[in-house]
Design a protein around this ligand. Structure first.
Ligand SMILES: Cc1cc2nc3c(=O)[nH]c(=O)nc-3n(C[C@H](O)[C@H](O)[C@H](O)COP(=O)(O)OP(=O)(O)OC[C@H]3O[C@@H](n4cnc5c(N)ncnc54)[C@H](O)[C@@H]3O)c2cc1C
Length: 425
């Protein structure tokens, strides 16, 4: 969001002076491509990997021309390029998956048709009775897996997600999805470098003082003892940091915004990267889904780097964060070995723990039970006499929320507002 705003402000730099204060030692926030752990030839995105809504309306469209190495898909899941294995390690035939998907589609229709005049309840509460009716244990597991894919997408448990609002904020979901081979984080970094954006790295903002009425200047203090003054400030820190009160506001954030911050859901999606000395799975596969007695394991395959990436969300992700890397890897290897008895142990691994990232405190926002578009509008609405502006994926009320392009669009939106005010003053 900060980068989107900065590019917009840069267009009018002759009249507007601005600076981005960034806590980390690099740009991109939740888009970061790691080229160290597995080497420069095996870049991995620790946060966002896919550029969704990839069509000419996407603000990134003009910034990037896909190369032959990149991929453009209609979906991140292709059933023909996915193998699904049951608890006994046996491959589940496609016709059973199809059957499960038909039931899942019926649930989606029930969710969509939930009456708008009824009290909001969780997705799970809406389908609970139908789900309980499935007598065949295998089918129950398969439908459960389809349901778990929603949890993966939202970063939250079905018991937490709003039935009435879950469809909002997806944007043009049918538009293609771009996978950049060098990493989405590398692409965002490239935009920052090419445009020479004025960023002060390693600058953790701790306090924003808007109380001075005499000169109408806002005073910003940072952890490394620096002070900045400005007319307007745009806050683009993640919702997780707002929930954790990581910046002190003087006077404090108004109650209506605090309510929105507290109510809106901020989910958790983690990734576990496992690199092997050789590929033991079918090289053509895009995904491997494994049903275990504890949770569903969704792997994305990166054969060119001999890597499998586990995506895990919600409470399972929170539980996993409590374990050591070695414990996590051991559990995953045990369930994978049931399918591939001859596989070797991974040679390298990497586990993300987004909850404990102090500059994110989770992964991305979702509509928690009881929230709606008004909540997002409150998150976006300026405060403190119009001098404090707000952007970030969680504020993008006129498009999608939770995505990289959502964040960028919200930054552009607020930059235009600030520019308008500066022009009028
Ligand atoms: C595991 C994971 C997978 C994801 N996958 C996808 C995907 O495939 N596609 C997709 O579109 N989206 C994905 N997302 C979501 C996407 O990454 C975010 O929606 C988007 O990057 C958010 O951008 P933002 O500008 O709102 O926040 P951020 O990118 O988090 O930027 C906020 C910035 O504020 C900085 N900051 C925080 N606190 C302070 C402070 N006190 N002082 C100074 N600076 C501070 C942070 O360091 C950060 O740089 C994923 C996210 C995660 C975590």
């Amino acid at each position: 969001a900060g980068i989107g705003a900065a590019l917009q402000l840069q267009k009018c730099q002759s009249t507007t002076r601005f600076i981005i204060l960034e806590a980390r030692n690099h740009a991109g926030g939740r888009t970061f491509t790691d080229t160290q752990t597995f080497g420069a030839k095996a870049p991995v995105d620790l946060g966002a990997r896919w550029l969704h809504h990839y069509h000419p309306d996407n603000p990134f469209y003009t910034y990037y021309s896909p190369s032959d190495k990149d991929r453009i898909d209609n979906n991140t899941y292709d059933r023909l390029k996915t193998n699904t294995f049951d608890t006994d390690g046996k491959l589940i035939p496609l016709n059973l998956i199809d059957e499960a998907e038909i039931i899942f589609e019926q649930y989606c229709t029930i969710i969509e048709k939930y009456p708008s005049d009824k009290e909001d309840i969780s997705i799970f509460d809406v389908i609970r009775d139908e789900y309980a009716k499935i007598e065949n244990e295998k089918m129950r597991r398969l439908v459960g897996m389809c349901l778990a894919s929603i949890e993966d997408h939202e970063g939250a448990n079905l018991t937490e997600i709003s039935t009435k609002s879950c469809e909002i904020g997806e944007g043009n979901i049918d538009a293609p999805i771009l996978t950049i081979s060098d990493g989405l984080g590398s692409f965002i970094k490239q935009i920052v470098d090419q445009n020479n954006l004025p960023i002060e790295f390693n600058t953790v903002v701790t306090q924003i003082d808007i109380s001075n009425q005499s000169n109408r200047l806002i005073h910003i203090s940072t952890l490394n003892g620096r002070h900045y003054s400005c007319k307007y400030v745009l806050i683009t820190i993640p919702l997780g940091c707002l929930k954790a009160h990581s910046i002190v506001f003087m006077p404090s954030i108004p109650d209506w915004k605090i309510t929105a911050i507290d109510k809106m859901g901020f989910g958790l999606l983690n990734k576990v990267f496992l690199q092997f000395s050789s590929i033991f799975w079918d090289e053509k596969l895009q995904n491997i889904d494994v049903i275990t007695n504890h949770y569903y394991q969704f792997y994305v395959c990166i054969p060119e780097a001999r890597i499998l990436v586990l995506y895990i969300a919600g409470s399972h992700a929170r539980d996993l964060e409590q374990q050591s890397d070695e414990e996590i890897v051991k559990t995953l290897v045990i369930s994978l070995r049931r399918i591939y008895p001859l596989m070797t142990d991974p040679i390298k691994w990497l586990v993300t723990r987004w909850t404990y990232d102090p500059y994110s405190c989770g992964s991305y926002s979702y509509f928690a039970v009881g929230t709606d578009l008004e909540t997002v509008k409150d998150l976006a609405r300026e405060s403190h006499d119009g001098r404090v502006h707000w952007a970030g994926e969680h504020t993008n009320y006129s498009g999608s929320i939770g995505y990289v392009d959502s964040a960028f669009e919200s930054g552009q939106r607020e930059a235009l507002r600030i520019l308008e005010k500066l022009e009028q003053s």
